[in-house]
Ligand binder design. Structure first.
Ligand code: PLP
Length: 398
């Protein structure tokens, strides 16, 4: 029988699992697809550095390839990378992790999030998270057959989340609280005091906190508080981090999870059957990043800060009120003065003025009325984008 005839017999839609059907396609991807079909677009859409990975980091990978270092690594990651990660976390935040049992090198924080949820959730278990939140948070929970429970956060309170609002959502099914600060999409940073209050809830109610600290280094003025460094929190935290943002290494796909040994062991079991090990050249590059990449991080962060000031002022001048982001590389202006939904605004802005932003609704209900603008792009592009957005808002203002 020909392949064509065989395929006609299979009802593909029936083949798709309920789990996969429950996921909505990423609201960000939809815009990338649209963007790819239009020429001359300035993109403030993609959440990644416009920098290429510093060449001296790439060179380490090139040299390792020349030496034929192309095999799998240990499932947990190259020992030297785990040791350097432990040393980095110790030096920056004064928290101790054992590189031989408490650290897993992953395919970015993306894999680390997925592994975390699959390792700790049984069907129906709940994970408390903020709304708005990074698009993968609820999806990873749903894929692990868990239930995401939202805590709304608002611009008026700097998109910070209150411990009391988290505590009021705790039920017997709550397995974890997931926080991600500095925040994608809002750029919010949590003051230490507020994190301490969440730590207090976690301690009293004996609940694990998953802390996604991928943007830890992209902080403008405020010191980053590592959640695991709060008193008593090392053993109540699954700490996720990585190389994508701070070292401009999104395409290499490398990150890490740090947690008590039993949790890392469960995550490693899933990782070894599904991934085996993070890409070897990427791990080599990450080693080099930890050894010699600090100056690059500082230089890029200083540059993002310059761009941050320009975009925030520019958006406010246009009349789109913009909460001041203190971390990551996103501005999250309110677009309510146009009367458009965030999706309408983003679609029209793309087709009428060729500027790509992401509708706030992609990040949860509380994101409606906002758009996410990534300012990890050149100042020249930011300035041109602001001109175009200004023209657009003038035309569409209610
Ligand atoms: N967490 C947040 C908050 C992010 O914004 C992203 C990427 O945009 C990720 C995790 C995924 O990062 P990685 O490239 O390490 O998989």
């Amino acid at each position: 029988m020909s392949a064509e005839k065989t395929s006609q017999k299979i009802k593909y839609q029936k083949l798709i699992s309920e789990r996969a059907n429950k996921l909505s396609p990423s609201g960000i991807r939809k815009f990338f697809d649209l963007l790819a079909s239009i020429e001359g677009v300035i993109s403030l859409g993609v959440g990644e550095p416009d920098y290429a990975t510093p060449w001296h980091l790439c060179e380490a990978a090139v040299k390792s390839l020349e030496k034929g270092y192309t095999m799998y690594t240990s499932n947990s990651g190259i020992p030297e990378l785990r040791e350097l990660t432990a040393r980095y976390i110790k030096e920056k935040y004064n928290v101790d992790y054992d590189p031989y049992g408490e650290i897993l090198i992953t395919v970015g924080v993306s894999e680390a999030l997925d592994l975390t949820m699959r390792a700790i959730l049984n069907p129906g278990d709940e994970v408390i998270m903020t709304d708005p939140h990074y698009v993968a948070y609820d999806s990873c929970v749903i894929l692990a057959e868990g239930v995401p429970v939202m805590v709304p956060t608002y611009e008026e309170s700097g998109f910070e989340v209150d411990a009391a609002d988290i505590e009021s959502r705790i039920t017997p099914k709550t397995r974890a609280i997931l926080i991600g600060y500095p925040s994608n999409p809002t750029g919010a940073v949590m003051p230490r005091k507020k994190l301490e209050a969440i730590a207090d809830v976690a301690r009293r109610r004996n609940i694990m906190v998953i802390s996604d600290e991928i943007y830890a280094r992209l902080n403008y003025g405020a010191e980053h508080t590592c959640f695991a460094s709060l008193p008593g929190m090392r053993d109540n935290t699954i700490l996720l981090g990585g190389f994508s943002k701070a070292y401009a290494m999104t395409g290499w796909r490398v990150g890490y999870a740090l947690a008590p040994a039993e949790i890392i062991a469960a995550m490693t079991k899933i990782h070894q059957y599904t991934i085996m090990s993070a890409p070897t050249p990427a791990q080599v590059t990450a080693i080099e990043a930890l050894k010699t990449g600090e100056a690059d991080v500082l230089e890029m962060v200083a540059d993002y800060d310059r761009r941050r000031k320009v975009i925030v002022k520019g958006l406010c001048d246009i009349g789109l009120s913009c909460f001041e982001p203190k971390g990551a590389f996103y501005a999250f202006p309110s677009i309510t003065c146009t009367g458009l939904t965030s999706e309408e605004f983003s679609e029209k802005l793309l087709t009428e003025e060729k500027v790509a932003v992401v509708p706030g609704s992609a990040f949860g209900q509380c994101g409606e009325g906002y758009v996410r603008c990534c300012y990890a792009t050149s100042l020249a592009d930011i300035e041109e984008a602001l001109k175009r957005i200004g023209r657009f808002v003038k035309k569409h203002r209610k």
